[in-house]
Design a binder for this molecule. Structure first.
Ligand SMILES: NC(=O)c1ccc[n+]([C@@H]2O[C@H](COP(=O)([O-])OP(=O)(O)OC[C@H]3O[C@@H](n4cnc5c(N)ncnc54)[C@H](O)[C@@H]3O)[C@@H](O)[C@H]2O)c1
Length: 273
């Protein structure tokens, strides 16, 4: 998600600094941006010149301190409470401008909890992009109880005007609007597959051809990442204690086996060449 967000920002003529936790992850992220831009060029969605200009606007670092002068930060680290809280604490320490906005791409973690990890909760907001970021038009914007009107207005302008996305305002509840609806559907498909009711292909074909979804639920879970899907489900379950948010055993076992979907080469489908 981080590489997709960085690409979209750079394609919108913004200077972007991408910070990763180590060099290997940084190189992988840079490669994802290059591959995505090459694909956009090959399909005529972007010209050679625009692609080069976007690349020129991107810089990369493994030092969070390099973000100190940036006015708008979008956090997109793994969907893990402790990891995100640590990143927000460290961002709060390094950012020089008292008005700098700290946004999170979290799918389910309360924005108020992230805000409380900082000394400027009024500047913290949810900015939830969708996968793949260059293609998907929606951005969910989630102010917490502590977010200022000014932060909300700036985030809406960035998403709606500068990035030409369609923003919706979502409540600061686990899963916001989209994942509160989507995750029970994905988990139901996994339970159906786990129970042997139908093959993965038939479940997905049922929903693509029967309901005009662009992708079936199991292929979509592979795209999102099984670990990310389970992490979002756990946040929803922790908040609402409703059984339709409970992680099916098969999902947990596949994650334990390293089958994370497209990013690992194996999920409900195989992506190895
Ligand atoms: N996968 C999706 O379809 C999707 C869609 C919308 C939002 N999201 C949200 O986006 C966020 C990222 O999801 P993802 O699927 O890209 O996860 P991912 O596990 O694929 O990537 C997480 C990235 O964060 C990096 N990272 C981890 N700790 C870090 C740290 N301390 N500092 C810097 N970088 C660090 C990792 O190196 C990795 O590149 C999550 O909050 C997730 O809920 C995901």
């Amino acid at each position: 998600m981080g590489s997709g967000i960085a690409e979209v920002l750079a394609r919108s003529a913004l200077d972007v600094l991408v910070v990763e936790r180590d060099q290997e992850a940084l190189d992988a992220g840079r490669q994802r941006v290059l591959t995505s831009l090459a694909k956009a060029r090959a399909t005529g969605k972007i010209s050679e010149d625009d692609s080069r200009r976007a690349l020129d606007r991107l810089s990369f670092s493994i030092d969070i301190g390099d973000l100190r002068d940036y006015p708008f930060i979008i956090e997109a680290v793994a969907e893990d409470h402790a990891v995100k809280l640590d990143v927000f604490r460290r961002l709060d320490e390094v950012l020089v401008d008292g008005g700098a906005i700290m946004a999170s791409n979290t799918s389910s973690i309360p924005i108020a909890a992230l805000a409380a990890a900082t000394s400027r909760p009024e500047n913290v907001i949810g900015l939830h992009f969708f996968n793949p970021v260059p293609v998907m038009k929606l951005v969910e914007i989630t102010p917490s109880l502590l977010t200022s009107d000014e932060t909300l207005a700036t985030a809406r302008r960035l998403a709606g005007e500068r990035l030409a996305k369609t923003p919706i305002t979502s409540p600061d509840r686990a899963g916001f609007v989209v994942n509160a609806l989507l995750i029970p559907y994905l988990l139901s498909a996994i339970r159906m597959f786990e129970a042997g009711v139908a093959t993965a292909e038939d479940i997905d074909t049922g929903m693509t051809l029967g309901c005009a979804h662009p992708m079936g639920p199991l292929a979509l879970t592979d795209l999102i990442g099984l670990d990310t899907t389970a992490a979002v489900a756990e946040s929803l379950y922790a908040e609402f204690r409703e059984s339709h948010f409970a992680t099916p055993p098969l999902l947990s076992r596949m994650i334990a086996a390293g089958q994370l979907g497209r990013k690992s080469g194996q999920g409900f489908y195989s992506y190895r060449r």
